[in-house]
Design a protein around this ligand. Structure first.
Ligand SMILES: Nc1ncnc2c1ncn2[C@@H]1O[C@H](COP(=O)(O)OP(=O)(O)OP(=O)(O)O)[C@@H](O)[C@H]1O
Ligand SMILES: [Mg+2]
Length: 371
């Protein structure tokens, strides 16, 4: 807007200036008038460049109107005598029109070119984004492939470990009978049995995860499952001096699910939360029906949080930061939730805490008012 005003004022000043030169210069200095006559082309061409066809014609018309009285009254000759000057007026208008038309076309072309350039830029950015996505997906695929090969190998290994493990446990139990409680050898054999059991649990857990999961779905009350979990871990929470809270829910939610499996997933999540929370912290379990029709169970702790570089790996089997952890808890839980068509999400702030959200589709849920 400001440029348009400045340009219009410049053109006006040019026309007024050149006209004044015409009107104030005596006519016997005709060579000067010849120069002034040509000076009019300057504002006409500028107007055509700046404002296109309309600008060029408008300017040449104004110049014609301003210049005509000078020919008529100051020169005052008959039409045949001043023909050259009248012809000049005609040329002013032709130049204004033609230059305006050409510059307008040029401007339109440059606008089109700009549009094409920005379209190309957009396509290039899209292409770049897509190729970045392809790289990420490729990386994920490679990782998944690695994991599945590793998983298959480990499943075979786990299967092979279970049998000798059973023999070790059996023979240890036979040996235990030869000693009395209190005897140091009795204690050692007890340790041996306990450790064998632990190892067996790890192998069981792993095989459980490697095998395709078959869910035995029945209507189950989610709140009852959560109540059971709270009862199960209450003692552990107390020992750790962590406040464990199950927030009352507004709806009685019955879900078509394998209750035992869901309990297993919830237990893994709550135990992780307790393990991450220092004395005096809290673990809160809350439920809600979300806007986009999902039933959500949130496990929030005020614990250590998860480091950013660990966050992308916590669902990988065997990823653990704990000296005695197996790194299978979350991998199993995720599998269980996904086999219920749900989602397991984790948000975490380092040193602030972690929220694990279990989302189950509302299609599998019926809910009514709590009685
Ligand atoms: N609530 C949490 N707060 C902080 N870190 C967590 C939390 N939950 C999981 N993690 C991190 O994710 C890792 C993987 O958890 P996962 O339950 O799979 O294995 P684990 O707890 O280490 O071992 P396991 O569950 O077999 O005893 C943990 O080692 C821990 O670093
Ligand atoms: Mg765990």
């Amino acid at each position: 807007m400001r440029t348009t005003i400045t340009r219009t004022l410049t053109l006006g000043a040019c026309i007024i200036g050149i006209s004044l030169l015409h009107y104030l210069t005596p006519i016997h200095l005709h060579y000067l008038h010849d120069i002034f006559q040509r000076l009019y082309y300057l504002p006409i061409i500028l107007a055509a460049f700046w404002f296109g066809l309309r600008g060029g014609l408008c300017c040449s018309c104004i110049v014609s109107i301003v210049y005509a009285p000078h020919i008529l009254y100051q020169w005052g000759g008959p039409l045949t005598m001043e023909m050259e000057k009248y012809m000049e007026i005609l040329i002013y208008n032709t130049v204004g029109g033609v230059t305006g038309l050409l510059s307008q076309r040029e401007q339109e072309r440059s606008v089109e070119l700009q549009k094409t350039a920005s379209g190309l830029k957009e396509s290039y950015q899209k292409l770049q984004h897509q190729s970045e996505q392809i790289i990420v997906i490729e990386e994920q695929l490679r990782r998944a492939e690695k994991l599945s090969t590793l998983g298959e190998m480990a499943a075979v290994l786990a299967h092979e470990i279970r049998n000798p493990l059973g023999s070790i446990r059996g023979t240890a139990e036979i040996l235990k009978d030869d000693y009395q409680p209190g005897d140091s050898k009795y204690e050692f054999i007890e340790i041996q049995i306990k450790e064998t059991e632990r190892l067996n649990r790890v192998v069981e857990d792993f095989l459980h995860m490697a095998r395709p999961q078959k869910t035995d779905r029945q209507p189950c009350l989610v709140h009852n499952e959560l109540d059971t979990i709270v009862t199960l871990v209450q003692k552990e929470a107390k020992d750790r001096q962590v406040k464990l809270v199950l927030q009352p829910q507004l709806f009685e939610v019955t879900i078509n699910a394998d209750g035992e499996k869901l309990r297993q997933a919830f237990l893994n999540i709550v135990i992780n939360a307790l393990q991450a929370t220092p004395h005096g912290g809290s673990v809160t379990i809350s439920t809600a029906v979300s806007e986009n029709d999902f039933f959500e169970i949130r496990f929030n702790d005020t614990g250590s949080g998860i480091e950013a570089e660990h966050l992308s790996r916590i669902f990988e089997p065997f990823f653990t930061t704990k000296p005695k952890g197996t790194g299978l808890g979350l991998a199993i839980s995720k599998k269980i939730i996904e086999s219920h068509n749900g989602k397991l999400l984790i948000e975490s702030d380092l040193r602030q805490g972690t929220t694990v959200t279990v989302r189950l589709p509302i299609g599998d849920v019926t809910h009514g008012g709590r009685t």
